[in-house]
Ligand binder design. Structure first.
Ligand code: GLU
Length: 449
């Protein structure tokens, strides 16, 4: 990329549902591209479908992106930009490239069936182009409102895709696409182009389901006299069984994942790295993730992701977090244990919120679980004098082993149950100094502490 050209990318969801992990992929691929090349990121809310778009979903899109770590440089809504679409439509009409059609859906359907019966491709036959002014007036008098089609020049459109290399879309095999409906609303193919031109979008990075659209959109851009951006069509995220993700999959919605306690960077790492040339692994920051994304090296097949992988990724991410990275979050939970506490427990977390229970174990009070009173009483007697370090545990348990003849599980499990009331958890060598002599002694004697 030329050093002097600042890329401008956009993510353009329609606010008709909550964003899910599949939507996170294009959002992140654009965001990381902007991050890597010092570009700008525009969030465009494709809300021209007034029946299905809601304010609540629009606000949720912004909030869910923020949770992921995406802060757009600019947010626009298509519903605020209708005058631009009208102006662009007028320009195309004046050039004879947008023409009115009066067929009803039924008429079109019958025509399609006839074409198919004759073994012809069911492409719109452009009969509306032959209508005389008198015929058009007659339709209007009947109360018919025209829909408007874009006159494709039936060329083969080629571009070098950022993700897929050379692509060719033969527009001769397509019907002239409807750009404006009878009710005056515009279709996405059209509004998207008008916006991309107006907002100076330099790179359109989106799912491969838009490849055919791109063929049409490049013709539209040319017709409107704009500069053609670079296009990158990325593989889509599917479930492990290959199904597409829909907004109805609530548990994979970004807010659902957040509610389940999944870390945003675990979602981002999975959404971006699956189906890429990189191994899926937890990446702690967007800056690092940005270095790993190379659109040209994305796989061309579907990016299948395994929901279960998210759990493991989340845990691994937590296990690697430095104290500095989580300090504000610990403080927000009222956890004052410092770095020693974090390093002692992080390896046992599946969710960040699990720290609360380990902090309770350190701070008390807890009700110890005592299996053998005599044994834990002996253990209490043998506790070395403080101050304690990470070495205390070994010195203590060696002495206890010598005194009681117990070893292995018989030695360690009663201590763990008495000191933590859990039968599993962080290394006791690290926990013991955090618990301290007063509480450890009391717990080993069976007292709540
Ligand atoms: N609103 C469109 C979609 O969600 C945007 C596609 C695009 O990026 O152009 O599919």
């Amino acid at each position: 990329m030329a050093a002097n050209s600042q890329p401008v990318v956009r993510f353009a969801p329609s606010p008709t549902g909550y964003l899910h992990i599949g939507n996170a992929r294009p959002a992140l691929l654009n965001w990381l591209f902007a991050l890597r090349y010092g570009g700008r990121f525009v969030l465009r809310l494709d809300d021209t479908d007034r029946a299905r778009s809601t304010e609540e979903f629009a606000e949720a899109v912004v909030a869910d992106l923020a949770w992921l770590g995406i802060e757009p440089d600019l947010i626009v809504r298509q519903s605020d930009r209708l005058a631009l679409y009208d102006a662009a439509a007028d320009k195309l009409k004046a050039a004879g490239l947008l023409y009115p059609c009066y067929e009803t859906p039924d008429e079109l359907e019958r025509r399609r069936k006839r074409q198919l019966a004759r073994g012809k491709p069911p492409i719109y036959d452009r009969s509306a182009l032959k209508l005389t002014d008198a015929e058009k007036a007659a339709f209007e008098a009947e109360g018919r409102k025209p829909h408007w089609r874009f006159l494709l020049d039936h060329r083969s459109v080629r571009w070098t895709d950022l993700a897929r290399g050379e692509i060719e879309v033969d527009t001769a095999s397509l019907s002239d696409p409807v750009m404006r409906r009878g009710d005056g609303t515009y279709l996405y193919t059209f509004t998207s182009v008008v916006d991309d031109l107006d907002l100076g979008i330099t790179h359109v990075i989106r799912g491969e389901d838009h490849i055919t659209n791109t063929g049409v959109q490049i013709l539209l851009i040319e017709a409107l006299g704009g500069a053609i951006p670079a296009f990158g069509h990325t593989n889509l995220l599917t479930t492990a069984s290959g199904e597409g993700l829909s907004k109805r999959l609530g548990h994979l919605s970004l807010r659902g994942l957040k509610k389940q306690g999944i870390e945003a960077m675990a979602v981002a790492s999975l959404a971006v790295l699956v189906g890429s040339a990189e191994a899926v692994r937890p990446v702690a920051s967007m800056e690092e993730l940005a270095k790993l994304v190379d659109l040209a090296r994305l796989s061309h097949g579907a990016a299948k992701f395994d929901e279960a992988e998210l759990e493991g990724l989340n845990a691994k991410l937590l296990h690697g977090f430095s104290f500095g990275a989580v300090q504000p979050r610990l403080r927000a939970l009222g956890i004052e244990g410092g770095e020693a506490f974090w390093l002692a427990v992080r390896g046992n977390l599946e969710r960040f919120a699990d720290v609360v229970e380990w902090w309770r174990v350190v701070e008390g009070p807890i009700d110890p679980v005592i299996e053998d009173h005599a044994f834990t009483a002996t253990a209490a007697d043998l506790l070395p004098p403080e101050p304690w370090t990470a070495m205390t545990w070994k010195a203590w348990t060696d002495a206890l082993k010598a005194a009681t003849g117990k070893s292995g599980r018989a030695l360690y499990m009663p201590l763990r149950l008495a000191l933590t009331a859990h039968d599993h958890g962080p290394e006791l060598a690290a926990l013991l100094p955090l618990i301290g002599g007063v509480k450890a002694t009391a717990r080993l004697r069976g007292e709540r502490a």
